[in-house]
Design a binder for this molecule. Structure first.
Ligand SMILES: Oc1ncnc2c1N=NC2
Length: 214
């Protein structure tokens, strides 16, 4: 199975059934993926990752900002499961950001902000951790960039893969959920920097879109 598939018709859970920050009352449509479901799915991904690349020291490349919660919880779960399997596994985390500059054409130019020197990746098992993959552009740009540092192996973990037209041809190696083409927030996914402090993955309401529009 490539991941938990959420169908287009999924209307999410009613907000009244869940706890979320008071200041977002009225700004959300529904709870799309509750925090507990996210966490359990992450434990499964951690187990698969450990089986595949847990025999070597691991270099985790966290794609900011959206990936910081997924990365933190995933690394914790990998460490917890490697401890209980009494494995000695060091997991180092590096952070990179993408600045997609819109030049005068409509094309975007993906520019990686982060440590210029990623030579510490040489010979290592690298795990790229992204919260959401839609077009797959950043994933491909990052894979290309990482390959130049001659890692031993590179794998990609994506919490969410969005079904978008002309979407990513290839899926990440580890997929949390495959979701419809809707704008989701929460669990570090933002809308103009809002909703990162929301634990569940939710769909933003029209009110919320207007309220936090820039
Ligand atoms: O649904 C989304 N929510 C937040 N951020 C992004 C999304 N898709 N690409 C980037």
């Amino acid at each position: 199975e490539p991941g938990v598939v959420i169908k287009d018709g999924w209307s999410g859970y009613s907000l009244e059934l869940f706890n979320y920050p008071e200041h977002y009352k009225g700004d959300l449509e529904c709870v799309y993926i509750p925090h507990g479901v996210i966490m359990n799915r992450i434990e499964c991904l951690a187990r698969d990752i450990l089986e595949d690349i847990g025999h070597h020291d691991m270099m985790v490349l966290c794609v900011l900002k959206g990936g910081y919660k997924f990365c933190s919880d995933l690394v914790e779960s990998i460490k917890a499961q490697s401890r209980s399997a009494s494995r000695r596994l060091t997991t180092r985390v590096e952070f990179i950001r993408f600045k997609s500059y819109l030049n005068d054409q409509s094309t975007e130019d993906l520019h990686i902000i982060g440590p210029d020197d990623l030579s510490m990746l040489k010979g290592k098992n690298v795990l790229i951790v992204e919260a959401i993959v839609d077009t797959g552009k950043t994933m491909r740009a990052l894979l290309q960039h990482v390959e130049t540092f001659q890692p031993n192996m590179v794998k990609v973990a994506g919490l969410l893969v969005k079904r978008v037209p002309h979407g990513a041809a290839e899926l990440p190696d580890y997929v949390g959920f495959i979701i419809p083409n809707r704008f989701v927030v929460g669990y570090a996914l933002d809308y103009n920097e809002y909703f990162r402090d929301l634990n569940h993955i939710c769909v933003i309401s029209e009110t919320g879109k207007q309220k936090y529009k820039v």
